[in-house]
Design a protein around this ligand. Structure first.
Ligand code: FSO
Ligand code: SF4
Length: 543
């Protein structure tokens, strides 16, 4: 196997004997071949569109197929074998329907009949370096593919909420097809990667419309970190629709529902928080599930990514849904009309002991998405003008297991009292429970939401720039980002597409960025790695 798509890749260069994430060589090979098959489907879908033939099933499948290969989403080999077959069948049917002639590369891929054969094929068409390959072209193409995996995750979530845009699908297919265009040089491939950032902005916009349209705009909300005596269900991931359906089905049963990881900000959505049994937040970020899940006395539902090998008794109480999968873990499939039956999760929660007594462990605030923040824009602008707020930091991105991530805790702790920290995604768990106080009633730590709510943070930054009649780069705003998986790549590409300069990125730089590509990013966007010391970076930023 060869996989280097995420930040925890072995030795900072690539997982070759087994994934640090728990992905085994067989699943890695199957994911590579699903990606290859989906690129081929994208090539044909792109060509079919030029002939006016659009297939909504293909549009959805391309996104689901890419999303399934994102880090920590699906580890179930059986599902990948099925999806590879589906991708090729959809491709052939569409080519025939649209009269698309034979296309080269992935578009003419014939999958091997068995897993061993697919594994052999992945050695040729996977991500491992090949002899004679141009390292910069390879780097840019892989950056594009990994970015598209992130885009696909958001597009899939948005589609679940009824938000789709044929133009978004067209651009995803065009970008997939472009990865196979051997005539593109470094400049065109760089433009292609940045185009993925533009595509991602639209995907996040659609998801924002889906989430706020269905569940209302988040409002500032205090979320307990403790628990109530009673049966319990823990929901992790990013899918608000799954959470909503689970809340409806578990109402009135003496069960309290808790969030884990990226689900925390959902407590701010009016249509979710209206459920009295939607109680609080349990635990921290995804990489701590090995310790936190065995200690949870109820059922656990993983709605999107960041599942790890179940430890302790977790295997007996965990369920997956959507594209998440782990071999042997029960999966809640989608029924007609997008309805899911979470009965097995509820029954499991009722069979488990639950929490014996109430426990108060304090609380955190969520709900500072664009509507809430821009609702007090006058107050914020006044505070900046009066000098009460000197600087904004966006400290955002993923969490992970590396000790170097303590940098982000230290950074936030050391931000001066006249600065405001906006945060989003699971990297916040490094500091989410710190009490930074407020500036004239404006909390100094504002949780904008999930990683996809980078859309919201961008809207806030653009609105502030508008109010001060300047560009986003001219605002007293610095971005200090942490990455782990491919949605973070997509978001980074979006920020670069928007021309944001001076981003600090850590805890380490992607293994798939070649030295020359890094130089282009540094020269054009002044992107820099975080330094070893938060103090030093703060000093450099605040000058
Ligand atoms: Fe974290 Fe995982 Fe949201 Fe990522 S839960 S690491 S960027 O998947 O998705 O922030
Ligand atoms: Fe390794 Fe990350 Fe790939 Fe998992 S997703 S195999 S940890 S590079």
């Amino acid at each position: 196997m060869f996989c280097y798509q995420c930040e925890q890749t072995a030795k900072g260069s690539g997982c070759t004997v087994g994934g640090v994430c728990g992905k085994n060589p067989q699943v890695a090979a199957l994911q590579d071949m699903l990606t290859y098959a989906v690129i081929g489907l994208g090539q044909v879908a792109h060509a079919a569109r030029q002939k006016g033939v659009i297939d909504p099933e293909v549009d959805r499948f391309v996104c689901a197929g890419l999303f399934a290969t994102l880090t920590n989403v699906d580890f179930d080999p059986d599902r990948f074998v099925v999806w590879i077959g589906q991708a090729v069948a959809l491709r052939k049917a569409l080519a025939q329907k649209a009269g698309v002639g034979p296309l080269p590369g992935p578009a003419s891929f014939e999958p091997a009949a068995d897993v061993a054969g697919l594994e052999a094929q992945s050695k040729i068409w996977g991500f491992a370096p090949l002899e004679g390959q141009d390292p910069d072209a390879r780097s840019l193409i892989h950056l594009t593919i990994f970015g598209l995996r992130g885009v696909a995750a958001y597009a899939d979530h948005a589609a679940i909420l009824g938000q789709e845009d044929p133009e978004l699908y067209a651009q995803i297919h065009a970008a997939l097809a472009a990865t196979q265009d051997t005539t593109l040089g470094a400049a065109e491939l760089t433009a292609l990667a940045l185009k993925v950032g533009e595509i991602n902005l639209r995907a996040m916009e659609l998801l924002d419309a889906g989430n706020t349209g269905r569940f209302g705009h988040p409002v500032p909300t205090s979320v307990p970190l403790g628990h109530k005596a009673g049966k319990a269900i823990l929901v992790s991931g990013h899918d608000l629709e799954d959470l909503a359906q689970l809340l409806e089905q578990s109402a009135g049963k003496g069960i309290f529902v808790y969030t884990h990881g990226e689900m925390l900000p959902t407590h701010g959505y009016p249509e979710l928080k209206k459920h009295p049994h939607f109680y609080g937040h349990y635990g921290t970020a995804w990489q701590n599930q090995g310790k936190e899940f065995p200690e949870f006395p109820g059922a656990i539902l993983m709605t999107t990514n960041c599942i790890q090998r179940p430890k302790g008794d977790t295997g007996e109480k965990i369920f997956t849904t959507g594209l998440v999968g782990w071999p042997g873990v029960p999966h809640i499939a989608e029924g007609p009309g997008g309805k899911k039956d979470f009965g097995p999760v509820i029954e499991k929660a009722l069979a488990l002991p639950g929490f014996a007594a109430d426990e108060d462990k304090g609380s955190v605030m969520v709900g500072f998405a664009r509507n809430a923040v821009l609702g007090v824009a006058d107050k914020i602008i006044e505070a900046v003008k009066s000098g009460a707020i000197k600087h904004f930091f966006l400290v955002a991105g993923c969490d992970g297991a590396k000790p170097g991530r303590n940098y982000y805790t230290e950074f936030v702790e050391k931000t001066p009292a006249d600065t405001v920290v906006l945060t989003l995604a699971c990297g916040k768990f490094r500091f989410f429970d710190k009490n930074l106080g407020d500036i004239g009633g404006i909390p100094r730590l504002l949780d904008v939401g999930q990683c996809n709510d980078a859309y919201s943070a961008i809207q806030i930054a653009v609105a502030l720039a508008g109010a001060f009649n300047c560009g986003v780069n001219d605002l007293p705003l610095s971005m200090v980002l942490s990455w782990y998986e491919q949605k973070a790549c997509a978001i980074l590409l979006t920020l670069l597409h928007l021309g944001i300069k001076g981003i600090r990125l850590g805890p380490s730089l992607p293994a798939f960025i070649s030295p020359n590509v890094l130089k282009v990013l540094v020269d054009n966007f002044d992107i820099k790695p975080i330094s070893a010391s938060a103090d030093e970076d703060l000093k450099a930023i605040l000058g």
